[in-house]
Design a protein around this ligand. Structure first.
Ligand SMILES: *[C@@H]1O[C@H](CO)[C@@H](O)[C@H](O)[C@H]1NC(C)=O
Length: 381
């Protein structure tokens, strides 16, 4: 943030008291780049730390409202600037950070937090559970705010980051490129390196870096950028990623907005998908990292999203099959479908290319998939 922009904010505040009505900031129209984090000075570590919009994408500030503005370039920042006063103090850079928390998750895996360091606070926006042996994330958790309808739309996508210390494989981003994944998958299946049988030359039949916690699941562009860590992604066919899974993400955000409910969301993967070997016909597991007998970065069999309302203790798991080539998805249906409960799902559930999709109770899902925390669930979402 440049000084001139900082002053603009001050001027706004100085004028406000005479009008006795405070002021408002539109996430889509009033925040310039590089954008600051707009924080509540009284603390909080997750969504509580951020000023949330009160109406649409508008953050409303009342007279004498205290607000922290933290800037991403390391220059002097404003903290605790109040209306009609110019108290300011330095803070540290709130560029996003991904790091091990030092805690374990599930049975001995390592927990990663992604968020912002602001002064002595770490503002957590995602918690992940990472399996270093298989180079993949078991789940990524975030809290979806009921104010998500006001998110900054069309915020540009940055490049993906590997972070440091998580993967033991180097160059993970390049393992995902279309050319590299084609070679890797074709060799696993006994095809020539240049075959387009599974990894198409140009269409959406290729493996994308599929977000676990989605970009648009957060209000601010600065938060959107923080989702682009490769530990927050898994290989996902783009046909599925861009269609049914994208629809599910939007539907869940709409559910939160429409019902004005804050949700806790876990997104993870399960199993390794297979295709038939071109010579032997054997079911062959797909990975993006293959080195001799070593395998890593599995192409998941299913993606799942557990959506939980902690107040009602209500939760449901939404599941999509990650393989546009399977003829019969029945062995990927691991629990009883309860999607008839939800009129708001817009996916084309039985379309295999779009990602065959269904819904289950948490208890039923847990009979097969146990790689998520044991939440207290008393009813469906
Ligand atoms: C997410 O929500 C849960 C349940 O309300 C809460 O316990 C947890 O602290 C929240 N996490 C963050 C990072 O805000």
């Amino acid at each position: 943030m440049k000084r001139s922009q900082l002053f603009l904010i001050f001027i706004f505040f100085y004028l406000a008291p005479t009008q006795a009505a405070g002021c408002s900031i539109s996430l889509n129209n009033d925040i310039t780049e590089p954008q600051p984090l707009i924080l509540t000075p009284q603390g909080g570590y997750g969504n509580d730390a951020f000023f949330l919009p009160s109406s649409g994408d508008r953050i409303l500030l009342t007279d004498n409202q205290l607000v922290d503005i933290a800037c991403p370039n390391g220059n002097v920042l404003v903290a605790g600037a109040s209306l009609g006063s110019s108290t300011s103090q330095a803070s540290t850079i709130p560029y996003h950070t991904a790091r091990f928390t030092g805690n374990t998750c599930l049975t001995g895996y390592r927990e990663i937090e992604i968020g912002f360091i602001v002064g002595s606070r770490f503002l957590t926006i995602m918690l992940l559970c990472f399996d270093q042996a298989r180079q993949h994330t078991l789940y990524s958790q975030f809290n979806l705010t009921k104010t998500i309808g006001g998110y900054q739309t069309g915020y540009p996508r940055p490049s993906w980051l590997q972070g440091s210390g998580f993967f033991t494989v180097s160059g993970v981003d390049s393992l995902y490129t279309r050319n590299q994944q084609r070679i890797t998958i074709n060799r696993l299946l006994g095809l020539s390196d240049s075959s387009y049988q599974y990894i198409a030359e140009t269409s959406d039949l290729y493996l994308a870096r599929g977000h676990l916690t989605a970009k648009a699941d957060f209000l601010f562009g600065a938060q959107h950028r923080a989702t682009f860590y490769l530990v927050n992604a898994a290989p996902q066919w783009q046909t599925f990623n861009g269609r049914n899974w994208n629809n599910l993400e939007q539907d869940v955000r709409n559910y939160a907005s429409r019902n004005a409910v804050d949700l806790v969301v876990y997104t993870g993967t399960h199993g390794v998908t297979t295709l038939l070997h071109s010579v032997t016909g054997a079911e062959t597991e797909l990975y993006l990292y293959v080195n001799g007998a070593a395998r890593g970065i599995p192409v998941p069999r299913i993606f799942w999203k557990l959506v939980y309302d902690p107040v009602r203790k209500a939760g449901t798991v939404f599941i999509g099959v990650n393989n546009p080539y399977i003829l019969n998805p029945s062995k990927d249906i691991i629990c009883t479908n309860v999607c008839s409960q939800y009129s708001w799902l817009t996916w084309r559930a039985t379309d295999v290319e779009d990602g065959y999709s269904y819904c289950c109770s948490v208890a039923d899902f847990r009979r097969t998939v146990t790689t998520f925390p044991n939440l207290e669930v008393t009813q469906l979402l």
